[in-house]
Design a protein around this ligand. Structure first.
Ligand code: NDP
Ligand code: GDR
Length: 374
């Protein structure tokens, strides 16, 4: 019997979106291949629950070592896997860090996308393999118009966004030049309990849990005025899948259409543990004080300063306002986000409270615990 299963190849399989997308594709009966980087520590935490022993029969998830900066490696894997669909999620995805590593970011996020497209072309797979490119609302950068749609001009504001701009256009160019099914999903910020710890939402929900449990004193943040259109990663990987199932390859904005400040995200998170916060002062001097704590098990006293600004988290050039217009996706993909922001925050805080139970037990039993701040 020939293998009827669709075959998908993911870069960035160990990241937040990779984990949710693998789960979705396995549930749809795909054979899934993922590219992971070699690292000195295990880096498959987010997908370990989906891991299958390669010695077993009917294995549907296979991991390959690789890197977006290595074309020969990509060509070999794509040749071996012969994917029906490639989801290019791999990237140096932290905007602030891209100012520290601009050349590497350009290589992995920009040229890495070219390497995937070229590999598919060189291997003669242009009519077989569909390609999803993880484009981003960071492309809009300095506000030109709101809400931002597929027609809004781009004005990138970081080495990350500039690299992703190249990736966006090379994807469009290969679609037009070689008649490839290659699409950009222009995704606005999406979060989850699996979100990397140094992105602002997860940094906030982790700190909320740790402060409530007495494991941390203060949360240091940068620009509290930035506004983001935050959705749930689970909803957004559905959109990625749908983008590759259409008759025609097109680019889509994926967003909720609602924007919120970082400051309000902080308030929402602390509300989850019964702490009401008030912000005093402006800019660098701005501080968040506990007004009241209604949860006796946490006992965080009124008047305590638990949020403060550290200018080291400011970016040389900031993206102040993002709010997406998802109407094309709603109409053509029949996609709508299922999660609201308050549900997302609730899920993230609950997961982090759970995560730090072990740490609290250890601390309460006299063991010293390591702190990881960012
Ligand atoms: P993560 O940072 O969680 O994951 C990034 C993934 O890329 C990780 O698996 C990482 O591997 C891998 N990676 C990094 N560098 C390389 C490289 N040189 N070669 C191969 N793999 C590499 O990001 P998300 O899951 O949140 O995002 C997925 C994609 O979507 C990214 O491209 C991101 O830029 C983009 N995006 C994300 C949005 C969001 O809000 N989450 C919004 C719009 C776009 P490792 O685990 O080893 O570090
Ligand atoms: P972003 O996400 O840059 O939008 O990129 P991030 O969560 O890092 O920042 C969002 C906003 O919060 C402000 N901010 C802080 N950010 C971080 N990380 N840490 C802080 O302490 C802090 N204080 C305030 C930032 O200045 C910013 O305005 C994410 C990534 O997933 C990208 O890969 C993706 O393309 C975009 O979302 C859409």
């Amino acid at each position: 019997m020939p293998n009827q299963k669709k075959v998908a190849l993911l870069t960035g399989v160990t990241g937040q979106d990779g984990a949710y997308l693998v789960e979705l594709l396995l549930s749809k009966g795909y054979e899934v291949h993922g590219i992971k980087r070699r690292s000195s520590l295990f880096n498959t935490d987010r997908i370990d629950h989906l891991y299958q022993d390669p010695h077993e029969k009917d294995v549907n998830l296979t991991l390959h070592y690789g890197d977006l900066t290595d074309s020969t490696n990509l060509i070999r894997i794509i040749q071996q896997v012969q994917p029906d669909e490639i989801y290019n999620l791999g990237a140096m995805s932290h905007v602030k860090v891209s100012f520290d590593t601009p050349e590497y970011t350009a290589n992995a996020d920009g040229i890495g996308t070219l390497r995937i497209l070229e590999a598919v072309r060189l291997l003669g797979l242009t009519q077989k393999t569909r390609i999803y490119q993880a484009s981003t609302s960071e492309l809009y950068g300095l506000v030109q118009a709101v809400p931002q749609s597929e027609d809004t001009p781009f004005y990138p504001r970081s080495p990350y966004a500039v690299a992703k701009l190249y990736a966006y256009w090379i994807t469009v160019n290969y679609r037009e030049a070689y008649n490839m099914y290659a699409c950009n999903g222009i995704l606005f910020n999406h979060e989850s309990p699996l979100r990397g710890e140094t992105f602002v939402t997860r940094k906030i929900t982790r700190a909320t849990a740790k402060i409530a449990m007495g494991l941390q004193n203060k949360l240091y943040l940068g620009n509290l005025d930035a506004k983001r259109d935050w959705g749930h990663a689970k909803d957004y990987v559905e959109a990625m899948y749908l983008i590759l199932q259409q008759d025609q390859p097109e680019d889509y904005v994926i967003a909720t259409g609602i924007t919120t400040t970082v400051r309000d995200f902080v308030r929402l998170a602390f509300n989850e543990v019964g702490i009401t916060l008030e912000f005093k002062g402006e800019g660098v001097a701005e501080k968040g004080y506990v007004v009241s704590c209604s949860n006796p098990s946490y006992n965080v006293e009124a008047g305590t300063e638990i949020v403060a600004i550290d200018p080291k988290y400011y970016r040389p050039t900031e993206v102040e306002l993002l709010i997406g217009d998802p109407s094309k996706a709603e109409k053509k993909l029949n996609w709508k986000p299922k999660y609201r922001l308050n549900e997302l925050v609730k899920e993230m805080v609950a997961a982090d409270l759970q995560l730090f139970q072990k740490e609290k037990l250890l601390r309460d039993s006299g063991y010293s615990i390591k702190n990881q701040y960012e």
